[in-house]
Design a protein around this ligand. Structure first.
Ligand code: HEM
Length: 576
């Protein structure tokens, strides 16, 4: 009996100090009860030979041991997590979160993590415990200590989000899931160069072509003023197709034509459907290898990966030099050092796929959020339209459309205020900017905040919570009010830019921010300048009805680590 109790106690002591992995968990669950049986049999019959134990072995008694072992280990773990001896015992939070991460996984499955964490902060305060070994900070002064250059590397959730497992030599897949600051810094240098001013100018040319293509597609659904009804168009879908095509241009030299042909390969659908599982797995990262080994679950991810290999090979073989991300990230540096890109192919594929995953849904969701709110407030819409009409006048026409000069869109204050307000209310990565102390460091002191984060603790910052905090954005933090971003708004609004982190902060912030922000401004400008747009069948709707439209669209957003959006049906009238 003593042995039966001692084994889970020892296992618990081990797991307190080490992150569980699939193999240690499996070994523990199967091997320890077996060893336990063997030792017991040896103690009761010291002179019996080994085969006597094997003869006496029965599957039911072994399973019973396994059950007892699991139950005892789970009880010990939960008691310890709820006890005053746990290093995070002093932080407030609900008992269920302190006891198990399975609760976080359940909330993630519902897609509600953004509201859940925000509500917890409203109830318990700015620093709370949202998992047995996990804190969440809603405090602007903590941002630089956690995410900044003296902050911490990415946290354990990334072990659960990898769709290809790393090895001991290379314990990461692509830039975004690197958990070691030195390796991240090394890899990030190339990305920073590839998104510096010169290369971004090259990407703008690709953006303009895709922006105009989107306008032409949408125009085919529009009506001329006063000539009947238009066909409602799902903006959310078109923004996704557009951003997928544009990211394909950047990463692989233009491999997708989703706006033109639809999703014939099924990769867009695979990516959308593939968002749900990692969003749950990130809460129990050690199960990820098991999931990835189940063919039914991993087949689409493998297909996406093989597609990446094929496209990267095609792109590498292209004779003409396209000035895309692939060129700036890999070909140009290889030329400069007089080498070739051949030996880097594995990382190239992973990075190109990362570009598509990180850059498409994020932009499409933000664009949908901005348009949804604009259409719900006609006063804001008209103010923006007036600014755009003045900046891009009717006498400057190219191919029948007013010319939108991309270099000018960053200089329009109201347009920029509208884009910021969309990013504030619907930050595409709403809840889990996660970091954790470096392995082997023992822990991390958060600058002058006098807070010690023990090793093994994950720390989250939720932009969704910060962006709706009345201490930082008021009045009406939940309302879409672009005016709060205007230079002359001081005195009327509190707008704390230090708490505005839709692209995160510090050395692992969004690498693609320089092009993403131009993309958002350009797309909003081209659409509002070219069309009159209304929520479907809402041309003459009251402000209350329009408000409700925006509210229900925002409430339908699902937190799948990146926001998953529902359709946004609109009517379009051409202004050509
Ligand atoms: C509105 C659009 C976008 C938003 C809101 C957004 C947001 C973010 C955020 C919050 C992170 C950091 C996560 C963290 O701190 O853990 C991130 C990382 C990243 N994003 Fe974006 N993103 C957008 C568009 C893009 C685009 C267009 C690209 C590529 C062209 C891109 C590429 C990346 C990459 C490569 C990383 C990883 C950076 C690193 O680990 O150093 N993103 N993004």
């Amino acid at each position: 009996m003593l042995i039966q109790i001692l084994t889970p106690v020892l296992a618990h002591q081990w797991f307190r100090k080490h992150e569980p992995t699939l193999s240690t968990a499996a070994a523990c669950i199967l091997v320890l009860p077996l060893a336990n049986l063997a030792i017991e049999s040896k103690l009761s019959q010291p002179d019996a030979p080994l085969h006597a134990f094997l003869d006496a072995f029965s599957i039911p008694s072994f399973l019973l041991r396994v059950l007892f072992f699991c139950f005892s280990l789970a009880s010990l773990i939960v008691c310890y997590r709820l006890s005053p001896f746990h290093p995070l015992a002093d932080y407030p939070g609900p008992l269920i979160c302190k006891a198990t991460k399975l609760w976080g996984a359940w909330v993630a499955l519902r897609g509600d993590s953004h509201w859940y964490v925000k509500d917890l902060h409203d109830r318990y305060g700015p620093i709370i415990r949202i998992g047995p070994n996990e804190l969440s900070f809603a405090e602007k002064d903590a941002i630089s200590h956690i995410l900044g250059s003296q902050g911490m590397p990415r946290g354990p959730l990334w072990d659960g989000r990898r769709f290809r497992q790393g090895s001991n030599d290379k314990p990461y897949d692509s830039l975004i899931d690197v958990r070691d600051n030195k390796i991240h810094h090394q890899l990030r240098k190339g990305w920073n160069n590839a998104f510096s001013a010169g290369p971004v100018k090259d990407y703008q040319e690709l953006l303009e072509i895709r922006g105009k293509q989107l306008r032409d597609h949408l125009n085919s659904f529009s009506v001329k003023p006063g000539k009947g009804d238009s066909t409602p168009v799902d903006f959310a879908k078109w923004f996704s197709l557009f951003s997928f095509d544009f990211m394909g241009d950047l990463a692989f030299g233009g491999c997708f034509e989703l706006m033109r042909d639809g999703d014939v390969h099924g990769f867009f659908t695979a990516m959308e459907e593939g968002m749900e599982l990692p969003a749950v797995m990130q809460h129990v990262p050690w199960i990820n290898p098991l999931m990835l080994s189940i063919p039914f679950i991993s087949s689409r991810m493998h297909a996406f990966s093989s597609f990446g290999v094929q496209q990267a090979t095609n792109r590498a073989a292209m004779q003409t030099k396209r000035k895309d991300l692939f060129y700036h990230l890999y070909e140009l540096p290889a030329e400069e050092r007089g080498g070739s890109i051949g030996d880097q192919m594995e990382l190239i594929v992973a990075d190109c796929l990362l570009t598509i995953v990180a850059g498409s849904d994020t932009t499409a969701t933000t664009l949908s959020a901005i348009l949804c709110h604009l259409l719900s407030d006609r006063k804001v819409y008209d103010t923006l339209r007036a600014e755009l009409d003045e900046a891009f006048p009717s006498h400057s026409i190219v191919d029948g459309w007013p010319e939108i000069e991309i270099d000018k869109v960053g200089k329009l204050p109201y347009l920029n205020a509208v884009v910021n307000e969309g990013l504030r209310l619907v930050p595409a990565l709403p809840t889990h900017l996660q970091r954790a102390p470096e392995a082997g460091s023992g822990g991390k002191v958060l600058g002058d905040m006098n807070i010690f984060i023990p090793e093994g603790t994950a720390v989250n910052i939720s932009p969704f919570t910060l962006h709706r905090d009345p201490r930082y954005f008021s009045p009406s933090p939940e309302a879409f009010i672009p005016e709060r971003w205007l230079a002359n708004s001081e005195g009327t609004f509190t707008t704390n830019r230090e708490a505005f982190i839709p692209f995160s902060y510090g050395p692992a912030n969004c690498a693609g921010k320089p092009i993403a922000i131009i993309e958002l401004r350009y797309l909003v400008a081209i659409l509002i300048r070219s069309f009159d747009i209304y929520h479907a069948s809402c041309k003459d709707a009251t402000p209350e009805v329009l408000d409700a439209k925006a509210e229900s669209w925002v409430n339908a957003l699902k937190d799948r680590f990146v926001f998953g959006k529902s359709e946004l049906l609109v009517d379009i009238v051409s202004r050509k």
